[in-house]
Design a binder for this molecule. Structure first.
Ligand code: URP
Ligand code: ZN
Ligand code: ZN
Length: 466
């Protein structure tokens, strides 16, 4: 039976309207006032906001990293996403050096198959183009795009693991540009950072907060500048991931003012957590906040919020890369270089952005929808997602803007034994979530089937800027 959502306020990136939403099967069929209810299952959305399901374009589920594997697999990670109001994620498949991209794709589809609970896409992290001139790898990029992997990830950090050099980056970007694919870049000068890290360790500076002090905003800004410049040379669209500070923002803004095709995201942790408050250098507990780029000084937050508002930054993602405190972060108890880098946030993105963004007046509800739902769908080639309109997937979030919720590891769905936002009470939370027309979260609780999520073949559309 078709489902009719009545009495809610539909929030889109371009406005708010009192509208009903009707969907049949997996697809929205009608949006407008006073849709007759006869023959429909009716959901009363009085007092609720009706928004497109959230899209988180930066997650690391079941990913080997830092000597361990991220704690959420596709089941726990996507359930946590859905409970937090997100109906689509784009995760990263990592190509291992000496192996093909096809192998990485097969591995990641193996991890997600039968487990993913919401729809998901994959970026391909390229580390190797194969022997000689790289023709084999470049040909594989074409295959990837045909298979719906329309974005490639390039790491300028993590030497000897994921980092590539500028020549390889240029080659991949040239090919991506020709394919209309997007180049996602982790922008930090990994070689310089590694020298600082070695100097710190030699000086006995091994506590968690030295991780942050070894990775300066200058190292991030330099790589941001370089990534954008190389993408410009290669005629590709570049998307800087997890931009964390105002030095990098300055590089991005400058490029955009010159008309370069450069986009970027930031993440909740950089908007609301800081070096001063969460990493003062007092305890091992600070390992909970060891992620890369690291926490920054508080003054950066205002610039990031402003850039979200004025459009310099296009998206808020999470960079969800969860590790348990007790037995995973502890790998680096005596040496910060061995602490697995990453933090858990897939469940809290919308809560944090609503509470600190919308409730505080920094963002309108429309801008919230643009940053968390509509822009991610547009930039990453998912025309069926991110908008409430006839013909689109019925991925619908019923959001209660007044629901108070206290974030805690005791109650969250993520597989970590801690929360980065432990004990914070936020106002605004998920009530119900539909994923392709199916009620999967009811009154804030997951009720869907494990494995129901589908792999999304995404379009190569040059980040929506073509
Ligand atoms: O600390 C982080 N961010 N871990 C995940 C890998 C990455 O750099 O995104
Ligand atoms: Zn990264
Ligand atoms: Zn990441």
């Amino acid at each position: 039976m078709p489902t009719l959502i009545q009495n809610g306020t539909v929030v889109s990136a371009d406005g708010q309207r009192q509208s009903d939403v009707l969907f049949e099967g997996e697809t929205i069929s009608q949006v407008g006032p006073n849709i007759p209810s006869a023959g429909h299952t009716v959901i009363d959305a009085s007092g609720l906001l009706v928004m497109p399901g959230g899209i988180d374009v930066h997650t690391h589920l079941d990913m080997p990293f830092g000597g361990t594997v991220s704690a959420d697999d596709y089941r726990t990670g996507t359930i946590a996403a859905a409970v937090g109001g997100t109906t689509t994620v784009i995760d990263f498949a990592l190509q291992s050096r000496g192996h093909t991209m096809a192998k990485a794709l097969e591995t990641w589809l193996g991890k997600s198959d039968g487990k993913a609970c919401i729809d998901y896409g994959l970026h391909m992290a390229v580390t190797d183009l194969g022997p000689g001139d790289g023709a084999q790898g470049l040909a594989e990029m074409e295959v990837m795009v045909r298979r719906g992997i329309s974005s490639f990830k390039l790491f300028m950090a993590y030497p000897n693991v994921l980092m590539i050099d500028d020549g390889l980056m240029f080659k991949v970007m040239q090919k991506a540009g020709a394919l209309n694919a997007l180049c996602c870049v982790h922008a930090e000068n990994g070689s310089a950072i590694d020298i600082v890290v070695a100097q710190m360790v030699a000086a006995g500076k091994t506590a968690p907060h030295y991780h942050a002090h070894s990775r300066s905003t200058k190292a991030e800004a330099e790589a941001t500048h370089r990534a954008i410049a190389i993408a410009d040379m290669a005629e590709a669209v570049v998307y800087i991931v997890h931009l964390s500070n105002e030095d990098s923002l300055r590089e991005l803004k400058h490029a955009q003012q010159r008309g370069l095709r450069a986009l970027a995201e930031t993440c909740p942790q950089y908007l609301v957590l800081s070096l001063e408050d969460h990493m003062p250098g007092k305890s091992w507990d600070e390992a909970k906040y060891v992620f890369t780029p690291p926490l920054r000084k508080k003054h950066n937050q205002a610039s990031l919020w402003h850039a979200l508002e004025d459009g310099t930054l296009s998206v808020v993602s999470t960079d969800h890369c969860p590790f348990r405190f007790a037995d995973q972060k502890s790998l680096g108890k005596d040496d910060f270089t061995k602490i697995p880098n990453g933090g858990p946030g897939i469940e809290n993105r919308l809560q944090i952005l609503w509470h600190f963004g919308v409730n505080s007046g920094r963002l309108t509800p429309e801008r919230f929808v643009e940053l968390c739902c509509t822009a991610p769908a547009r930039i990453f080639g998912m025309p069926q997602k991110g908008v409430i309109a006839p013909g689109k997937d019925a991925d619908i979030l019923l959001w209660d803007p007044n629901r108070a919720y206290t974030i805690s590891a005791e109650t969250h769905c993520m597989a970590t034994d801690y929360s980065m936002f432990e004990g914070w009470t936020v106002s605004g939370n998920t009530r119900h979530v539909f994923s392709r027309g199916e009620l999967v979260v009811k009154d804030g609780k997951w009720i869907g089937q494990t494995g129901r999520g589908r792999f999304l073949k995404r379009e190569a559309n040059a980040g929506g800027l073509a």
